[in-house]
Design a protein around this ligand. Sequence first.
Ligand code: MN
Length: 470
Amino acid sequence: MKYIPTIGIECHVQLCTKTKLFSEVDNDARGKEPNACVSPVDYALPGMLPRLNGEAIKLAIRAGRAMNCKINASSRFDRKHYFYPDSPKGYQITQFYQPIIGAGYVELPSGTKIRIEHAHLEGDAGKLTHFDTYSLVDLNRVDTPLIEIVSMPDIHSAKDAHDYCKELWRLMCYARVTYGDLYNGNMRFDINTSLAPEGADKLGTRTEVKNLNSFRSVERAVEYEIARQTKILESGEKVVQETRGWNDATGKTTGQRSKEEAKDYRYMPEPDLPPINLSDVFIETESAKLPLMPKDYREKFKGKIADDILEILLDYPSLMKKLDEVESKFAKIISNLFASVLLSEEKSAEYLNDLPTAKDLNELAEMNEKKELSSTATKEVFLRLFDPQMKGRGAKNIAKELGLIQENDLGALEAIVDVVLAKPETKKAQEDFKAGQEKVIGFLVGQVMKESHGKANPSAVQEILRKKLS
Ligand code: MN
């Protein structure tokens, strides 16, 4: 029997607000000591009251619009109760009944649309580090603003699961609602996977794998769950509904918590925060701040840049923005330089934040187009545009200073060729060539290049040599 996998994904996105969701302390705890970014509100000291960070609302609107979602004019917060040392309040403040972001969809590069059920705002929990006989609590992450994005079960393969997570990441980065630092858990994915016989009208029993933080681990975990569940169903047994953990080293999921132990969160409206009411003007003003999105760039550069290059560059919003600024006839050559030269540089991460001006890039592309620069010289000048010493001098001046401008003037080239052909040490090669030894043309071109200090256009030189020696 053939089984069809169905996958739904929940994604937590850490928002890049200055301060936390309900308090005034720094939201960016990178490089700080544990418990350095914790206010009395985050500690839940008696009498402390949360105060909503308006910036988080703005980011949520942009995030929602990036996913083609309806923004709900009215939403509110709820308490989700659980007892664990990572949450001093004893509950999480989330949006259970009326989330801020309604239904929408995300379109994958393949064109497949994955519907979004809703997305809600909530505060994150702290972090526990466990040792043999004790655990340490770090509350820096308590009430960092998150949006949790819940997809519909529209995904049916490990590859689409991968592509969906990656596209979500791109959308959130382009919308500038998160730093998008996956290594530090800025986006975390929970995947629900079930299998049902082909043609069945009901979904099978699902398992949930929580807290994946890379696209690759999402893809592998889905692949593993599909294989594991297929084996169970084929042997006539039943899949157990449970939460499973992913082990990246072994490439396997293992059972953690079954449905019988599922918690009752006793959701109730949060009495300390008023409902959020947004005017149309407020929603539209914030939505208008969305820059061009991956989909816009795909439409814009279709046919102008190779699809595979475009998909690589789309991971870097600053590169796409720059490509949009250069003259459109130069988009192809500049995109190739970005993909093959810039991204393979050791310092590329640094370079991405400080790109050359569109004017410099246009100038460089034009010199290449006019064959004033060979492709090697084009790459060299391109890299010099990032050099703090060279910056600001202009691509053309840099090319001149480095002596890289190719001599294309036929009269001038002919004069150099004549000088070389008059040299006694080239006589034998000339005779060999005339006698039919094709290969020696390379030696002669080399001599001319040397005489021109590397500035001659080699293909033009070869043409002149052939004419003169025939
Ligand atoms: Mn959540």
